[in-house]
Design a binder for this molecule. Structure first.
Ligand code: MRU
Length: 352
């Protein structure tokens, strides 16, 4: 499988001691980069969704730790860590739902704590390792997930889970790339993903860069397409997967999963183990990010509706484990995940 041929986009590049962020707010019309020189610039890039997608914000967070650390003078990693503690807390809190951000910053904290006088190079290598491990995990998940699909599968995906949302290749979109590469997928539907339009702006664009044709649908068309027998599998990513297998992902995922259950369509969730949160027992405990109402009322700066009395804009939802047929991680595939299957692979429920 030649993955490079079907994967050209990269959202985050470390260059000349800065983090270059492909600004996803501007896609697909403009490809421009933000240059982040401080950890607070990285936190802001995460907060405003210049970089988004659970694994990508984890990687950005790791490079944010590098920028914070490189700005201080210290003899050891532990000393550097002490000086940047508050900055790292702000970085971790740039977005609340995807666990990858907290996971990456915590991993960077513990590695830095143990580093000696060579901590400057060490902290950069630690961030680069998070990035390269993510790419490797995506390649593995691509193969595992594609093997679960039937020949000629017609698949639907939601949000953007591709190279833009990860170190490269993608999670759910990685499975779709791999499925295309081995000739197993006959048709791809991408839902537009209101209100931020990750599907129509990012997924369709990203697949176009790699010569993969996809059909755009509105989010609420998915049940109709399933009723017409046009979809065999819904393939999505995750922002957090709990100890019982419940999945937090982009708002609308739950509705697609319910429709899939009603029509005998398979539901596949694809995420690296950095998205697994064994300290959260079930989806009810996950903080769901709320974003400004202007994301609903405006498109490209133009107001599109009448003035609503109020706007409610939760941007993630919880799909119960009972709706999921395949949970794909780089460690393998769990069919019909539940607490005991999760514990067998990822260890027991831990304390937060
Ligand atoms: O708000 P976003 O665009 O960061 O939400 C992204 C998603 O919900 C993705 O499905 C998820 O992070 C997985 S990305 C591989």
């Amino acid at each position: 499988m030649n993955f490079e041929q079907v994967d050209r986009v990269r959202p985050l590049v470390w260059q000349n001691n800065h983090l270059l962020v492909l600004d996803q707010r501007e896609l697909p019309h403009r490809q421009s980069h933000l240059v982040c020189r401080t950890s607070s610039e990285v936190a802001e890039a995460i907060h405003v969704l210049a970089v988004r997608g659970a694994p990508a914000i984890g990687i950005a967070g790791a490079f944010g730790v590098v920028l914070a650390a490189h700005a201080v003078q210290a003899d050891t990693g532990a000393e550097a860590l002490q000086r940047i503690d508050l900055e790292l807390t702000a970085l971790e809190q740039a977005r609340p739902t995807a666990v990858n951000l907290r996971w990456a910053v915590q991993r960077m904290r513990s590695l830095l704590q143990a580093m000696g006088s060579d901590w400057r190079e060490g902290v950069l290598s630690a961030a680069q390792a998070i990035q390269s491990e993510d790419l490797a995990a995506n390649y593995r998940m691509g193969r595992f997930g594609a093997d679960c699909l039937s020949e000629g599968a017609r698949v639907m995906t939601h949000c953007n889970t591709g190279s833009l949302a990860t170190a490269g290749f993608g999670t759910a979109l990685g499975v779709i790339r791999a499925g295309i590469a081995i000739g197993r997928i006959a048709k791809i539907y991408a839902s537009e993903t209101r209100p931020w339009l990750q599907g129509s702006r990012l997924t369709i664009w990203e697949l176009l860069q790699d010569g993969i044709p996809a059909t755009l649908i509105i989010d609420s068309a998915s049940a109709y397409l399933m009723q017409q027998g046009l979809i065999d599998a819904v393939i999505v990513g995750a922002d957090r997967i709990c100890a019982n297998g419940d999945v937090a992902n982009k708002i609308g995922t739950y509705a697609h999963a319910l429709a899939a259950k009603a029509h005998g369509v398979k539901v596949m969730v694809v995420a690296p183990s950095s998205t697994i949160d064994m300290a959260t027992a079930s989806g009810t405990h996950i903080a769901i990010e709320q974003r400004p109402g202007t994301e609903l009322t405006h498109i490209g700066g133009a107001e599109i509706g009448a003035r609503a009395a109020a706007v409610y804009n939760p941007v993630f939802d919880i799909t119960p484990a009972t709706c999921i047929d395949f949970l794909v991680t780089e460690r393998g595939v769990i069919t019909h995940p539940d607490a005991s299957k999760m514990a067998a692979i990822f260890g027991p429920l831990s304390s937060p």
